[in-house]
Design a protein around this ligand. Structure first.
Ligand code: CTP
Length: 412
């Protein structure tokens, strides 16, 4: 994807061992389409060389030789002004405890802090990726500084937890480059669902026959996870009820893992009470074994296969759509239809049967496990095709369609 195409990021490095991750981050931002200008403090240069950052960003680095903030190479001699005016965002990663202090006090004795102070606050966002020892992170002074920086308009991207370079274990590690990239991409997405609560079901369900075997399907969960991510990027608070899949949880999304349709129904009903939007992408097994054997079903030597009986599973989407909140228009329900043929007719019939305002049709065998898809939006006005694209791109389009249907005048 080129999610950062046309974006110019000033990547600031302050002193900390996490500087080694900044190299990877720089590369990741560029691979996503951004141009990156690196600015380093003298302390950062103790951890990683400007040569490395220049090679990765393909631009000369502003480093300790610009420490005073003056630069004879620039016509006006004022890199702090030039750099901060052309940036779409300034990202300080790593942001040390000491650099936070400087930002809090509006200090400006090196180019990076000078540039942060000189940036037009309402036009150039400042994103901070803190990195420090767990005691430094937990210290009231650091927490106080962070609260002040947030109040001053900076976006704090949070920290990771785990083994630290000092040998201790806890909170304060800089987030991984892939996580920071997701956060930066999300930052630039329009906040079409700001303040909304979105509930998504995803993946297959697993209906156990015995402790060893069960019935499931080929759903990978990718579309549902992409929708959860897109909704989170759009500013929503997202809960993802996931069947058994091997996918990482999108950043900032609350995930509830379930196995069977019955468990998915229970988790969904608990969450649906406070959701504004429900998107059912899960490929719920229509049937489950009528009985579950506590022990493995063994061959009995007769050569005859066991006779299995099935019971119909609850229809989660239909149950939610028939609930009081959905019928009162407080919960907007979106369904998916995985068909093998005659998509338009099947999808239209399914929308009516499920009693929902919007249904997304796709051809199941062509999408399961794939990273891209093509879809058909079906609503009361008719059908609208969404041409082949990555699942994340389609998810963002769907989020925009949902937002538009909820606030017809305010969103695109
Ligand atoms: N769905 C659900 N609970 C079920 C079955 C389906 O919530 N027990 C939801 C799916 O998440 C999807 C929509 O209903 O959003 C349609 O699912 P699909 O499997 O295509 O349709 P079915 O209702 O199973 O209908 P059919 O088997 O006739 O195609």
């Amino acid at each position: 994807m080129n999610d950062l195409l046309g974006k110019h990021i000033v990547l600031g490095l302050s002193g900390g061992i996490a500087c080694y991750k900044a190299a990877e981050l720089c590369r990741a931002l560029i691979k996503e389409g951004a141009t990156v200008q690196v600015v380093m403090t003298a302390a950062a240069e103790q951890f990683i060389t400007p040569v490395t950052m220049q090679a990765l960003s393909n631009r000369p680095v502003y480093g300790s030789h610009n420490a005073s903030g003056f630069d004879a190479r620039e016509a006006n001699g004022m890199p702090h002004i030039n750099l901060s005016r052309e940036a779409d965002a300034i990202l300080v990663a790593p942001c040390s405890a000491d650099f936070m202090v400087k930002l809090v006090h509006g200090g400006a004795d090196d180019l990076l802090s000078l540039m942060c102070l000189a940036r037009p606050v309402d036009k150039v966002p400042l994103l901070l990726a803190p990195a420090m020892n767990r005691e430094m992170w937990a210290h009231p002074a650091t927490q106080r500084n962070m609260a002040q920086l947030s109040a001053d308009g900076a976006t704090i991207l949070g920290v990771g937890s785990g083994f630290q370079a000092c040998g201790e274990t806890g909170d304060g590690r800089m987030l991984e480059p892939a996580e920071l990239l997701q956060d930066v991409v999300a930052f630039f997405q329009p906040k079409l669902l700001a303040g909304r609560r979105v509930l998504v079901t995803a993946g297959p369900t697993f209906e156990a026959l015995d402790p060893i075997r069960g019935i499931t399907n080929h759903s990978s969960g990718k579309m549902g996870f992409a929708i959860a991510r897109a909704a989170q990027e759009a500013g929503a608070q997202v809960t993802l009820v996931a069947g058994p899949v091997h996918l990482p949880t999108p950043r900032g999304v609350q995930r509830i893992d379930v196995k069977s349709a019955q468990q998915m129904l229970e988790a969904t009903m608990r969450e649906a009470d406070r959701a504004d939007v429900f998107v059912a992408t899960a490929a719920v097994a229509d049937w489950r074994p009528a009985t579950h054997s506590e022990q493995k079903i063994k061959k009995d030597g007769s050569g005859q296969p066991p006779v299995l009986h099935f019971t119909e599973n609850p229809d989660i989407l239909h149950t939610v759509a028939q609930g009081e909140r959905a019928r009162a228009g407080q919960l907007f329900c979106v369904g998916f239809a995985a068909e093998s043929h005659d998509l338009v007719n099947n999808a239209q019939a399914k929308r009516a049967r499920k009693g929902i305002p919007l249904l997304v049709g796709n051809i199941g065998p062509l999408t399961f496990g794939q990273d891209d898809n093509e879809m058909l939006l079906v609503d009361e006005h008719g059908v609208q095709p969404l041409p082949r694209a990555s699942k994340l791109a389609l998810a963002r389009q769907l989020v925009a369609e949902i937002a538009r249907r909820q606030h017809p005048t305010t969103s695109s």
